[in-house]
Ligand binder design. Structure first.
Ligand code: EPU
Length: 419
């Protein structure tokens, strides 16, 4: 649990870490080569869990600092700890790698989150389109056979994970592949850059089509540095807007990736300055905030992963704000926690809510429902009057590297409490 006294102010600078959502598919794709070195990987729960899943298949891992070395030469077809896969949704990225190496996969249904329904039908359709046979046996997913050769067209339904999985699955398949309705989030583009570095020819078209050309042989080794995390940049921008003494400088900021977030933030009254390509200065703006409407969308729309932190900003804005959460029905659950802190909102349906502001948030005990709502609870706790206790903080540690250390370096005091 975390214990946070409200009303603290932040100042100084913070450096954003490597992208969580790039540091899951890229190591998965790295399983296609014998030995890979991946740099700028954040030390977070989801990465640790996923690397433990790799180890359960006999893959050797050395994770020192922010560099992961992955050696697959002794990789096996079976996991000696399949239960681990149930903890993490990106376990589904193992399917194309295991199929390519061993021709058969049998894994438990990957899980591990709290965001409501998260189907994998787009992934399954793609594997079937490649010629693999799929059966579901109790709670296990079983795929077998060999991939078709020749030219194939897929639809990814704008799913981030399905686009990434189709890219990994087809990178070294003989034939051309065309992915329609592809997601183009920055982490998907980072996977594209990694695969290009492996020699795969990939063209990304403006109409969400990604085309891969067959590259005959995967190389034996790879080295790559993942991008920084634009979602962490956005999260710290909200911390700064609400809690800065004067301003906070955010280094390694992916400013170009945040166009829709920054434009909404500006509309809401957040004052910021782009100091250079990768440094964003965000000024205290709490006293100037006004209500806005946000609608989460696929990239480059407003990211669902910044919706919860933005909802905390809305509690301090003058007027009635509206949230339309298009991706995940579980993500408005966080507003229940805000009600406990005397925030005022109305959930109209699983995808839409109003937030009334400004409200004086009061400290109490609240829970993290998922990674993004968890970090939002820290923002709310810093804004609130009095003491807030946050439970289920392991969700936050799944995705934000050293978040407590970074906030402490900005001047916050955050206590860890056993419980
Ligand atoms: N969907 C389907 N069928 C599928 C796949 C997805 O209907 O086969 C639906 C989902 O139910 C959801 C929507 O499509 O409503 C979007 O899901 P998507 O597949 O794009 O999400 P994901 O790949 O599972 C990634 C991120 C999420 C982020 C979403 C949306 C990673 C590891 N995870 O998940 O990140 O919210 O894209 O941008 O990249 C987070 O970082 O907190 C997080 C949850």
């Amino acid at each position: 649990m975390l214990s946070i006294t409200g009303g603290q102010t932040l100042s100084g600078a913070v450096a954003v870490s490597g992208s969580k959502n790039a540091s899951l598919p890229i190591p998965a794709a790295a399983l296609l080569v014998d030995r890979a070195t991946i740099r700028n990987v954040p030390r977070i729960g989801d990465v640790f869990t996923f690397l433990r899943v790799f180890e359960s298949f006999g893959v050797e891992i050395d994770f020192s600092g922010n560099t992961v070395v992955i050696d697959t030469r002794n990789m096996r077809a079976e996991s000696d700890n399949p239960e681990l896969i149930k903890k993490i949704r990106v376990g589904i990225f193992l399917v194309p790698v295991l199929l390519r190496r061993f021709g058969r996969v049998s894994i438990p249904y990957p899980g591990g989150c709290n965001l409501g329904k998260r189907p994998i039908d787009e992934h399954i359709r793609a594997f079937e389109a490649m010629g693999y046979m799929f059966t579901q046996d109790d709670d296990r997913l079983v795929f077998e056979w060999v991939a078709n050769t020749g030219d194939l067209t897929f639809s990814a339904g704008f799913s981030v994970g399905a686009t990434e999985n189709i890219l990994i699955a087809n990178a070294f398949r003989p034939g051309k592949s065309r992915i329609e309705l592809a997601a183009t989030e920055p982490h998907v583009m980072d996977l594209v850059a990694f695969l290009r570095m492996l020699g795969v020819e990939i063209a990304v078209h403006h109409d969400h089509v990604i085309a891969l050309d067959w590259y005959k042989k995967n190389p034996d080794s790879a080295e790559y540095t993942v991008i920084h995390d634009y979602l962490e940049t956005g999260t710290f921008a909200i911390f700064a807007a609400l809690c800065a003494d004067s301003h906070v400088d955010i280094y390694n900021a992916r400013i170009d990736d945040l166009a829709s977030f920054l434009s909404k933030a500006r509309e809401a009254g957040v004052r910021y300055e782009v100091l250079d390509e990768t440094t964003l200065r965000v000024y205290r703006s709490r006293e100037y905030l006004r209500a806005v409407k946000i609608q989460t969308n696929i990239y480059p729309g407003f990211p669902t992963d910044l919706q919860s932190p933005f909802a905390i900003l809305m509690t301090q804005a003058e007027g009635v704000s509206r949230i339309q959460e298009m991706m995940f029905e579980g993500r408005l659950n966080m507003l229940i926690e805000i009600e406990k802190m005397k925030g005022h909102s109305a959930v109209l349906n699983p995808h839409e809510a109003l937030v009334f502001g400004p409200t004086r948030l009061r400290g109490t005990t609240v829970s993290s429902w998922d990674l993004r709502s968890g970090v939002s609870m820290i923002i709310a706790a810093l804004v609130a009057e009095g003491e807030t206790t946050i439970t289920n903080v392991e969700y936050i540690e799944r995705g934000y590297e050293d978040i407590i250390g970074k906030l402490e370096a900005l001047g916050a005091t955050i206590g860890r409490v056993e419980g």
